[in-house]
Design a protein around this ligand. Structure first.
Ligand code: IFM
Length: 454
């Protein structure tokens, strides 16, 4: 039996653009994702987040579901352009009212809100002024954080400044598959610095306005394993790890960029301001860890900068996203982060899997997701036993939702959403997760996967 500590947070995670809908209601301004998804050819199934899960209008039903499942925490994000339609300046009080009602409803059900302040939906007006390439966006972020914290800070005790800076930088500025869809390494490095500035300024604002609350950042982690024992592959794995993980984690955890990262990125040194070094040293209260899979990496001189590439793990199980199911990555990365950086606390702020679920006779028997969750939660429990200060786990996601460029083709929820009717159906994985959350423990060798609700 894997037993979790008393007071462990059991939650699910979502983000504003992926579930809220109401994209242009009650004074909300456009985000870069509104504009991008409305551009033909950008989203696999031609869809948008215009309606998504209609959570803006159905949040009470969704919170009732969480309460019914016995969950005691919920991670959601605030849409910046809902609160500040132009990104800065005039506040849209109706937008802020929505989050006020949401937080109240959560608190009434005894569900702890974990608020992410930036989950990729930058106000388009700020993008038009240079987006994250412009330092002004980081300053505007600090002002926006102050607006949100002033309104919600009396009830929110956990803040996450940014979600996955890696994805913002790599998908937005290296691969060019997320807005603003650029392929400019120099801009990418500048953006990664401005995200760190934005994070640090936000931490300072939150410390000032909500001194009793805990403040952290969420990074996506891709544990790296060398494809062979050869010294070339081992060195390649280290370079890959440096640019994919350490470059993003270390400014948050140590206040500094890794020296090896500067060596690899020497031609793209970003502009910094005097005082940035000091600014980045602001400490965090917890590290948010998003983790889904691993990378197996080999030496590959044909790849610029990093000289390494991922080796597909043919013959191993994969999720609908094509991500290898390798549960040990969670244990390995939690231990490594603890050993190397000693953060005061860690939360798994996302972990989960997409599979092509189907409703049959009113039930969604998502056996593969149950297996995925069980195997990862066993590793989380083992990590705690080994000394990792893990204080909570958030399954991605509560609801099937808009999976960015994949549109609605990937279902990550433990609750099925029929996007034609907006009907919610708790999947078997939802009941499975509910039992673990309610009992705070898990049978290591399985057994309770197929039981229906108690
Ligand atoms: O849906 C995303 C989420 O927005 C950020 N982390 C990864 C999830 C699955 O791709």
């Amino acid at each position: 039996m894997v037993v979790f500590p008393q007071g462990f947070f059991w939650g699910t995670a979502t983000s504003a653009y992926q579930i809220e809908g109401a994209w242009n209601e009650e004074g909300k301004g456009p985000s870069i994702w509104d504009v991008f998804s409305h551009t033909p050819g950008k989203i696999l199934d031609g869809s948008t987040g215009d309606t998504a899960c209609d959570h803006y209008h159905r949040y009470q039903e969704d919170i009732a579901l969480m309460a019914r499942l016995g969950l005691n925490a919920y991670r959601f994000s605030v849409s910046w352009p809902r609160v500040l339609p132009e990104g800065q300046g005039t506040v849209n009080s109706l937008g802020l009212d929505f989050y006020d009602r949401l937080v109240d409803a959560l608190c009434e059900c005894g569900i702890e809100p974990f608020v992410t302040l930036y989950h990729w939906d930058l106000p388009q007006a700020l993008q038009d002024g240079g987006g994250w390439e412009a330092r002004n966006t980081a300053l505007a972020f600090a002002d926006y954080v102050s607006v949100v914290a002033s309104r919600l800070g009396d009830r929110v005790h956990h803040w996450i400044t940014l979600n996955e800076p890696l994805a913002v930088v790599v998908a937005g500025y290296v691969l060019g598959i997320h807005p603003p869809a650029k392929q400019q390494p120099h801009a990418a490095v500048q953006v990664s610095h401005h995200l760190n500035v934005a994070h640090s300024l936000a931490v300072q604002v939150l410390r000032g306005l909500c001194p009793a609350s805990k403040v952290g950042i969420t990074h996506v982690s891709l544990p790296v394993y060398p494809a062979s024992e050869s010294s070339e592959d081992q060195a390649a794995a280290q370079r890959f790890d440096c640019l994919v993980n350490r470059w993003f984690w270390e400014p948050s955890l140590t206040g500094q960029y890794p020296v090896e990262g500067w060596e690899l990125l020497a031609e793209f040194v970003p502009q910094t301001d005097a005082g940035d070094e000091e600014l980045l040293r602001v400490p965090i209260d917890f590290f948010g860890h998003n983790s889904y899979t691993r990378a197996v990496v080999r030496n590959d001189p044909s790849v610029p900068l990093v000289g390494a590439s991922q080796v597909p793990q043919v013959g191993r199980p994969h999720t609908g996203m094509g991500w290898e199911v390798y549960p040990d990555h969670l244990y390995d990365s939690l231990l490594r982060i603890t050993k190397d950086y000693r953060p005061p606390a860690i939360f798994v702020t996302e972990n989960g899997a997409a599979y092509p679920d189907e409703v049959q006779a009113g039930r969604v028997a998502d056996v593969q997701r149950v297996h995925y969750l069980r195997e990862h939660l066993v590793r989380a429990g083992r990590a705690i036993a080994a000394g990792v200060p893990l204080q909570g786990y958030f399954c991605w996601s509560l609801l099937d939702n808009f999976e960015w460029t994949y549109g609605y083709t990937q279902r990550f929820g433990i609750v099925y959403v029929d996007f034609d009717t907006q009907q919610r159906i708790v999947k078997d994985s939802g009941y499975f997760y509910s039992r673990i959350a309610s009992h705070n423990e898990l049978e290591e060798n399985g057994g309770n996967e197929t039981a229906l609700p108690e």
